[in-house]
Design a protein around this ligand. Structure first.
Ligand SMILES: [Zn+2]
Length: 325
C-alpha cells in the first residue's frame, strides 16, 4: 500500500465523532465516503478513528486503488462480530444477535444453520468472535459467509463462565442498538471474553468491564469530585448515589436518603479500575466482602441507568448460592 493510500481516512455517517446514534449498515456505510484528511467531507472535521489499515483489520474490503470496494458499498458488507445470542428461526435457520464495532448490534439471519451439514453451524454459537460477510435483506440482513476468528470455547463449557458471559452479552444488548458505532467498546467486550477464559479472578474482569463499558457508553461514574460541591474526594467513607452519577463527600452524602455509604476499600478499587489498565487491575487481590460490595455498587448504577434489572444477574446469584450448598 502506498503512502497516499495509507493517508486516506473514512468520513461519513458512521464516523464515531458524530455521536452515539447514527445510521448503521442500512444507511451509514452505504453513503459514507472515502476522503483524504484535508478533504471537504460530510464528517465532523476530525480525522476518524478508522484509517484504511484499521478498517482492513476489521474486515472492510479495500481494493488495490485503496477505496472501499463493492463489498462495503453495495448489497454486501463485511464485518467482524461477536455472537451474543441465537434463537431458532423457521425450520432450519437461526436468528443471531451480533455485536459489531462499526454497526452496533445487528439482528442477522443465518439460513440453514441448524442443518447438521451446515458449515455455519459451529461458527454461530454464542460468544464466538467471527468475520462475517452479510447480504442486505428486505427485512433481515442475511449471513452469507462466516469465518471463525476466536471460538472462546471455554465460555460455553463451564457453567459459571457461561453465566458471566451471558451477563456481558445482556449488558451490551441492554445498552446498544443498531448503528451504535463504538469500536473501543467492541474491543473491550472481546478482551473481556478472553479474560474470562483465562483470568485468575474472572469476576474482577467482569467488574472492570462494567466500569470501563459505562465510561465508553457515556455513563462514567464520577469517583474523584463530590457531585454536589465539586471538592476533591478524600480517601474516607464517602457516599455512592447512582441517581446523581457517582460519589458524594461525607458532608453532602448524608443529605440524600438514597445515597449509600461507600466502604473505603471498594472506593479505592473503583478508582484504581477507572484509571489503570487491566494488566495492573488483574493483579489485584480483592477480599470477598469487597468483591460483593463492588458488585452491589456497580449493579445499582447499571440498574439505574438501564431502568431495569438484568436477568443474568439473578442466574449468577443462584449459581453462587448452589455452589455454597
Ligand atoms: Zn460535597
Amino acid at each position: 500500500m502506498t503512502r497516499m493510500k495509507k493517508r486516506l481516512l473514512y468520513r461519513g455517517p458512521s464516523c464515531p465523532h458524530l455521536g452515539r446514534r447514527h445510521p448503521g449498515p442500512r444507511g451509514g456505510a452505504r453513503t459514507g465516503r472515502w476522503l483524504a484528511p484535508t478533504g471537504q467531507g460530510t464528517g465532523c472535521g476530525k480525522p476518524s478513528l478508522f484509517s484504511v489499515e484499521s478498517l482492513i483489520g476489521r474486515g472492510a474490503a479495500v481494493d488495490r486503488q485503496g477505496v472501499v470496494s463493492e463489498v462495503d458499498r453495495g448489497r454486501l458488507y463485511r464485518t467482524e462480530g461477536l455472537i451474543l445470542h441465537r434463537t431458532d428461526f423457521g425450520e432450519a435457520d437461526r436468528l443471531l444477535a451480533v455485536y459489531t464495532p462499526r454497526y452496533g448490534l445487528l439482528r442477522l439471519l443465518a439460513k440453514g444453520a441448524r442443518k447438521p451439514t451446515s458449515r455455519k453451524a459451529g461458527h454461530v454459537e454464542p460468544f464466538t468472535c467471527v468475520s462475517l460477510l452479510v447480504a442486505r435483506g428486505r427485512n433481515l440482513d442475511i449471513v452469507s459467509q462466516v469465518e471463525m476468528l476466536e471460538p472462546f470455547r471455554r465460555l460455553r463449557e463451564n457453567l459459571e463462565l457461561a453465566s458471566l458471559s451471558y451477563y456481558v452479552a445482556e449488558l451490551i444488548t441492554g445498552f446498544t442498538e443498531e448503528g451504535d458505532s463504538n469500536p473501543p467498546l467492541f474491543d473491550l467486550t472481546v478482551a473481556t471474553l478472553s479474560r474470562l477464559c483465562g483470568a485468575r479472578d474472572p469476576t474482577l474482569a467482569l467488574r472492570f468491564f462494567e466500569l470501563r463499558a459505562l465510561g465508553l457508553l457515556g455513563y462514567q461514574p464520577q469517583l474523584f469530585l463530590c457531585i454536589t460541591c465539586q471538592a476533591q474526594l478524600e480517601p474516607v467513607a464517602n457516599y455512592f448515589y447512582p441517581a446523581a452519577g457517582g460519589v458524594l463527600c461525607p458532608r453532602h452524602g448524608e443529605g440524600f436518603p438514597d445515597a449509600v455509604p461507600l466502604a473505603l476499600p471498594t472506593f479505592k478499587v473503583l478508582r484504581y479500575m477507572q484509571t489503570h489498565p487491566w494488566d495492573q487491575v488483574g493483579a489485584l487481590r480483592i477480599r470477598p466482602e469487597t468483591h460483593l460490595d463492588l458488585e452491589s455498587v456497580l449493579q445499582s448504577f447499571i440498574v439505574y441507568q438501564l431502568e431495569r434489572r438484568l436477568r443474568s444477574v439473578d442466574f449468577i446469584h443462584r449459581l453462587r448460592r448452589e455452589a455454597k450448598v
